[in-house]
Design a protein around this ligand. Structure first.
Ligand code: WTA
Length: 641
C-alpha cells in the first residue's frame, strides 16, 4: 500500500483490533489479485458443498456469469445443518419485540427444526422447486424462517418490505407471478399495530394468488378467506421437524428482490445459492471480524438487501448470534437502541448514516445513560457518511475504541464490495476505503476512460453478483454492463466516486434518478408514475432534496390536467395517493403545482434544473431547454408558497 497517509484524519487499527482480526496481513490484497484462486479457496474452506464444482467461473456467456459450475449446494445447509452438529445449543436469533416484555431466544437446533417444519408446510401447500413465494412481514423470527424454508426446498423467495403499500405489494406479486404469500396478522411499530394482513387483502384484490399463510403475532381481528388463507400454526400441525435439504445447482435461484432504478418499474434483482453464499459469508466474517462470542446486530429491515445479506444469510452461514428488533429505534424513548445494545451485550453494530444523524441530533445524553462497553466494531451502509457523523459515531457510540467500518455495496452486488478490513485498513472518516480482496474496482470518466473521478465500476465478476433481472434479461445486459476499449466487460454501478492519492474511494452518490430517503432506495420515476396515476395529474417530476437527517427527501413538481386547480386539498390528496401507491417513505415533502416542467427540445425532463431551483443554487446552462422562461415561472411558484 502507498506510504502517503500524511493527513491528520487517519485512524490506525488498534493493536487489539489487529490481533483479534481474521485478516491481519496486508498482503491479502496482493494475494487476492488472482481472483479466481482467491474465490476458489474461500468457497472450499468456508462453505460446504454436496458435490464439488468443476469450474470456479464460466464467463462464456457474459454478463450471464456462472460461478462454481457443476457444484451442488443449499445455502440452508451452510446456515443451519452444519451448525446443528457443532453448536446446536448456541443462540442463533435473539428477538426483541417492540413491547419490552416480548422476546425470544432461538438456538441453532431450534431454528433448524422450525425451518424444516415450515418447509414441510410449504410443501403441503403445493410449493415446489422454482415456485416464487412472496413474503410480506414485519421483523419477527418467522420472516427469516420463511425465507430459509423456501430456500431449503428450492423455492424462490420474494420478500417485500413491510413498509410498502398494497399497490406496491400487488405489483411485485404479479410481476414475480407468485401464487403463495406468507404474511402475518400484524406487528408493532411505535406502539401501534400495523395491520399487515389487511394490506395483503387489499393487494390481493388484483392478483391470482392461491394460498396465503398467516402468522399469528398480535391476535388482532383478521379476515381469513376460505380456501385461500390458512394460519401458519394450523398448517404446521403434525408436520415433522425434519426436512431433507435439497441439493441444488450452484446457480439455482435463491431469491428475487425488487429495487428501484431509473425507470418507473422496479426491477427484480435475482440472486443464487452458491455464489451468494460464498460472498456474503466471507464478507460477514472478514469485514465485521465475526467470532463465535459475538452478538451481531444489523439494524436494517430484512425487506432490503442489507437485511437479506447481513441479518440472515451472512451471519447464519457463519454460525453467529444475530439480534432482530421488531420496532422503531426511538420507541418508547430515544434510547431504545442503546438500551438493547446494553441489555444483550451487542458486540458488532451495523446501521445507516440516516440513523446516526438522527441520534446525533437527539444528543449524546441518551447514550450516556447506557453502558455500551460490549461494542467492539461499528458499521455503516446505505449512503455516504459525512466525517462529522462518522466522528460522532466513533466518539459517542464506540467510545473511541471501535473502528467505524463504512461499507459500499448494492442490491445488485449482493455482498459488500468496498470496505475496510478492521485489522489492517487505516480509516479515513467519509471514505469507504479499499475494495474487498478479490474484487477489482475502478473509476471511469464520461468517455469510459480510467480516471480518478467519475463513475464507479467493477472490473471483474464477483461470486454474490446478481445473475439477472427477473424476466428482463435485455435490461440486465443493457443497463449495467459495458465493454471497455480492450474488450473487457465492466459493471457500471451508477454511483459517482473519486479516488485519492492513497487509492481510497470516496462515494459521491447516485448519478441516475435514484433517491436515498432514510437509507431506503426509491426511484424518481417510481414516484412520478404514482403521481401521474392520479386523475388530476398530467405530468410530474420528482427530485431528491438534501435533508439533514433523512439524507434526501422527495420534492414533486406537478402539472395538472385542464379542469383541475391547485389547492391545499389536492396537495393532500396527492400525498395520500403516493402513500397508497408506494408507501409512506415515498411521500413528497413538498408538492409544487407548475404550468410546465423544464424540458429539452427532445422532451426530456431536466431534473437537474429543478434541483438547483430547490437548493437555491446557480441554474447553469439552460440553452438546451425548449422554453427558457419555464425556470422563472417555477421560481415564482416556489416563492408564492
Ligand atoms: C448507496 C444498499 C455511500 C449507493 C446496500 C448505492 C452508499 C446504493 C454506501 C445502493 C456507502 C450504499 N457510501 N453510498 N457506504 N452504501 N450506498 O441497493 O448509492 O439499497 O448505489 O443497497 O446505496 O442501495 P441499495
Amino acid at each position: 500500500m502507498s506510504k502517503k497517509f500524511s493527513q491528520k484524519d487517519v485512524y490506525e487499527p488498534s493493536e487489539e483490533t489487529r490481533r483479534y482480526a481474521w485478516v491481519n496481513n496486508e498482503r491479502i490484497y496482493e494475494m487476492a489479485l488472482d481472483y479466481l484462486t482467491f474465490w476458489d479457496s474461500v468457497a472450499k474452506n468456508d462453505i460446504e458443498w454436496f458435490e464439488p464444482y468443476r469450474e470456479v467461473l464460466d464467463s462464456s456467456n457474459a454478463p450471464f456469469y456462472r460461478w462454481f459450475v457443476g457444484g451442488k449446494i443449499n445455502i440452508t445447509h451452510n446456515c443451519l445443518d452444519r451448525h446443528v452438529e457443532t453448536k446446536g445449543d448456541k443462540t442463533a436469533i435473539i428477538w426483541q419485540g417492540e413491547p419490552e416484555n416480548e422476546k425470544e431466544r432461538i438456538t441453532y437446533r431450534e431454528l433448524y427444526r422450525r425451518v424444516c417444519r415450515f418447509a414441510n408446510a410449504l410443501r403441503a401447500l403445493g410449493v415446489r422447486k422454482e415456485d416464487v413465494v412472496t413474503i410480506y412481514m414485519g421483523m419477527v423470527p418467522e420472516l427469516p424462517i420463511a425465507m430459509l424454508a423456501c430456500a431449503r426446498i428450492g423455492a424462490i423467495h420474494n420478500v417485500v418490505f413491510g413498509g410498502f403499500s398494497a399497490t406496491a405489494l400487488r405489483d411485485r406479486i404479479n410481476d414475480a407471478n407468485s401464487k403463495v404469500v406468507v404474511t402475518m396478522d400484524g406487528y408493532y411499530r411505535r406502539g401501534k399495530v400495523i395491520e399487515t394482513k389487511r394490506i395483503v387483502d387489499k393487494a390481493l384484490e388484483g392478483c391470482n394468488v392461491e394460498s396465503v399463510v398467516v402468522l399469528e403475532r398480535i391476535g388482532n381481528d383478521v379476515n381469513m378467506v376460505d380456501g385461500r388463507d390458512v394460519w401458519w400454526h394450523e398448517l404446521e400441525e403434525g408436520l415433522p421437524n425434519k426436512c431433507e435439504c435439497k441439493a441444488l445447482d450452484s446457480e439455482h435461484t435463491l431469491f428475487i428482490l425488487y429495487t428501484s432504478g431509473t425507470t418507473g418499474k422496479p426491477k427484480g434483482v435475482l440472486h443464487v445459492h452458491g455464489g451468494y453464499n460464498v460472498g456474503t459469508h466471507i464478507t460477514t466474517k472478514w469485514v465485521f471480524d465475526l467470532k463465535d462470542r459475538d452478538v451481531f446486530w444489523c439494524t436494517a429491515d430484512i425487506g432490503w438487501i442489507t437485511g437479506h445479506s447481513y441479518v440472515v444469510y451472512g451471519p447464519l452461514s457463519n454460525g453467529a448470534t444475530v439480534l432482530i428488533y421488531e420496532g422503531a429505534p426511538d420507541y418508547p424513548q430515544p434510547d431504545r437502541w442503546w438500551s438493547i445494545i446494553e441489555q444483550y451485550g451487542v458486540t458488532v453494530f451495523y446501521t445507516a448514516p440516516t440513523a446516526i444523524r438522527y441520534f446525533m441530533k437527539l444528543g449524546e445524553e441518551w447514550l450516556k445513560k447506557h453502558n455500551l462497553s460490549s461494542l467492539r466494531l461499528l458499521g455503516t451502509v446505505g449512503e455516504t457518511i459525512d466525517p462529522k457523523a462518522w466522528k460522532w459515531y466513533y466518539k459517542y457510540v464506540g467510545n473511541e475504541r471501535c473502528p467505524v467500518i463504512d461499507t459500499w455495496w448494492q442490491t445488485e452486488t449482493g455482498m459488500i464490495i468496498i470496505a475496510p478490513l478492521p485489522g489492517i485498513t487505516k480509516l479515513k472518516p467519509g471514505s469507504v476505503t479499499l475494495p474487498f480482496p478479490g474484487i477489482l474496482v475502478n473509476i471511469r470518466d464520461e468517455d469510459g476512460n480510467p480516471a480518478d473521478s467519475g463513475e464507479l465500476v467493477i472490473m471483474n465478476p464477483w461470486p454474490a453478483m446478481f445473475r439477472n433481472l427477473w424476466g428482463e434479461p435485455e435490461r440486465f445486459v443493457k443497463q449495467y454492463w459495458r465493454l471497455d476499449g480492450s474488450g473487457r466487460l465492466i459493471y457500471y454501478a451508477e454511483d459517482g466516486a473519486r479516488r485519492d492519492g492513497d487509492g481510497y474511494y470516496w462515494i459521491i452518490g447516485r448519478i441516475d434518478e435514484v433517491l436515498k430517503v432514510s437509507g431506503h432506495r426509491l426511484g424518481s420515476a417510481e414516484i412520478e408514475s404514482a403521481l401521474i396515476s392520479h386523475e388530476a395529474v398530467s405530468e410530474a417530476a420528482v427530485i431528491g432534496k438534501p435533508h439533514e437527517i433523512k439524507g434526501q427527501v422527495p420534492i414533486a413538481f406537478v402539472v395538472l390536467k385542464t379542469g383541475y386547480e391547485p389547492s391545499v386539498k389536492l396537495e393532500k390528496d396527492l400525498k395520500t395517493h403516493v402513500r397508497n401507491e408506494i408507501g409512506a417513505i415515498a411521500v413528497p415533502e413538498e408538492i409544487y403545482f407548475v404550468e410546465q416542467l423544464p424540458k429539452t427540445r427532445s422532451g426530456k425532463i431536466v431534473r437537474r434544473i429543478l434541483l438547483a431551483i430547490e437548493k437555491g443554487e446557480e441554474i447553469g446552462d439552460i440553452t438546451t431547454l425548449e422554453d427558457v422562461t419555464v425556470v422563472e415561472r417555477i421560481k415564482d411558484v416556489r416563492r408564492a408558497k
